[in-house]
Write a new protein. Structure first.
Length: 178
């Protein structure tokens, strides 16, 4: 009888350990996924800053070397927006935010293209007046706000997933020591 009880306890503990292992692995994948979404959104934000900085530095200096950063960043930004969209395909709220982000970044790029063209055709003063009009600030604020919303949702999910992981580990520990 004693060995039967021991065997039964080990058997139950094995089932609990197996279930816990699956749960921990699934939760770990979700946590990694969430961190990947946050990293992609940070990269998109960084690229949007490069777009602004490259175009505005060109307007200020007239040095076309700054346009290299502008052109490469604007191409790469949309690659990472698509990646962000793919990573969040299971979250309709995030999909709407990312669509909005895509739209705002496209408008930001169009605006930068406009003041670059004005710089080339009408000089520094005309382009700097356009930059100072407030549209530049509007796009930057909108991009930052959307990224904050995306990351806020992901940070909320991250907290939930880490709590689920900790609860799973705690449940296993209680079963093991029990």
């Amino acid at each position: 009888l004693f060995f039967t009880i021991i065997f039964l306890g080990i058997f139950i503990l094995g089932i609990v350990a197996s279930r816990n292992n699956r749960t921990t692995l699934e939760t770990y994948k979700l946590i990694s996924h969430t961190k990947e979404v946050i990293a992609e959104s940070e990269l998109v934000l960084s690229l949007s800053k490069d777009i602004v900085m490259g175009s505005q530095r060109y307007v200020i200096t007239g040095d076309s070397a700054f346009l290299g950063h502008f052109h490469s960043s604007k191409e790469i930004a949309f690659v990472h927006i698509r990646e962000l969209k793919d990573l969040t395909k299971d979250n309709p709220v995030q999909q709407v935010r990312i669509d909005s982000l895509n739209f705002i970044i496209k408008n930001r790029i169009d605006f930068s293209d406009l003041y670059i063209r004005i710089r080339n055709e009408n000089g520094f003063d005309a382009a700097s007046k356009l930059i100072a009009s407030g549209r530049s600030r509007f796009y930057t604020d909108e991009i930052r706000d959307l990224i904050n919303q995306i990351e806020g949702q992901e940070n909320f999910l991250l907290i939930q997933r880490e709590e689920a992981n900790n609860n799973s580990i705690a449940a296993f520990n209680h079963a093991f020591y029990g």
